[in-house]
Design a protein around this ligand. Structure first.
Ligand code: PGA
Length: 255
């Protein structure tokens, strides 16, 4: 498979500047050891600049956890994609389920953010995933398909190459429960079909689809061995250099 695995650490609302700098130095060593894997970290906004300096010249890519779609204006408290580019980001997580659930983010907002990230020259990591209630009502496929279609609406195939989609079942995030690898694979395969229908086979076959939700050293290799799982979006286990390193190793096939 020609898709280069991507392992992204979502640090959420954790780590001071000093803690972030210390952690990322360990991550840099892991990323250097496995050049076949692309590694990114997503610190809080206030640590982006310091982490950017700390990773300068190395293989680790800088991600933000969210953005606003307008480049500037009277939007108190927001940070635009263009300013994230300015501070050195390469990618931006958009539509994380915590944004959707706790901050009322809609599919339309996710679409605007994804397009703003692309327009600013970065890669959006678009998160989708069903809740436990939706899963139990057998709505997983319908929910995920609709989220992917709406997130990608209006994108041209020519601009979509940097897009990454992360399938993160909401019930698996931060709970210690992980999707069965085969179940996750089935959803990923469906997502790739949706991308192919929207943007063409070539975009779909090159697009990285990440799994997220309680990824840890003990389950990472099996998840990433699935044909359509091209890496991981990691929360809790990305906050320790050794567990994140083990997940990078799993993506590299050396676990
Ligand atoms: P988790 O978080 O690995 O702690 O479950 C994943 C995420 O929210 O991206």
């Amino acid at each position: 498979m020609s898709r280069r695995p991507l392992v992204a650490g979502n640090w959420k609302l954790h780590l001071t500047i000093a803690e972030a700098k210390e952690l990322v130095s360990g991550v840099g060593a892991s990323a250097a050891a496995d050049p076949g894997v692309e590694v990114a970290v997503a610190p809080v906004f206030t640590a982006l600049s310091a982490v950017h300096e700390a990773i300068a010249g190395g293989p680790v890519r800088l991600a933000a956890q969210d953005c606003y779609w307008e480049p500037k204006g009277a939007f108190t408290g927001e940070v635009s994609a263009t300013l994230l580019r300015d501070v050195g980001c390469d990618c931006v997580i958009v539509g994380h389920s915590e944004r959707r659930q706790l901050f009322g983010e809609t599919d339309e907002a996710v679409n605007r953010k994804a397009r703003a990230v692309l327009d600013a020259g970065m890669a959006p990591i678009v998160c989708v995933g069903e809740t436990l209630e939706q899963r139990e009502a057998n709505q997983t496929e319908a929910i995920v398909v609709a989220q992917v279609e709406r997130a990608l609406a209006g994108l041209a195939a020519t601009q979509a190459a940097p897009v990454v989609v992360a399938y993160e079942p909401v019930w698996a995030i931060g709970t210690g429960r992980t999707a069965q690898p085969q179940d996750a694979q089935a959803v990923h395969a469906r997502i790739r079909q949706v991308v192919a229908a929207a943007l063409g086979e070539s975009v779909a076959s090159n697009m990285r689809l990440l799994y997220g939700g309680s990824v840890k050293p003990s389950n990472a290799a099996e998840l990433m061995a699935q044909a359509d799982i091209d890496g991981a979006l990691v929360g809790g286990a990305s906050l320790q250099a050794d567990s994140f390193d083990a997940i990078i190793a799993a993506a590299a096939g050396r676990a």
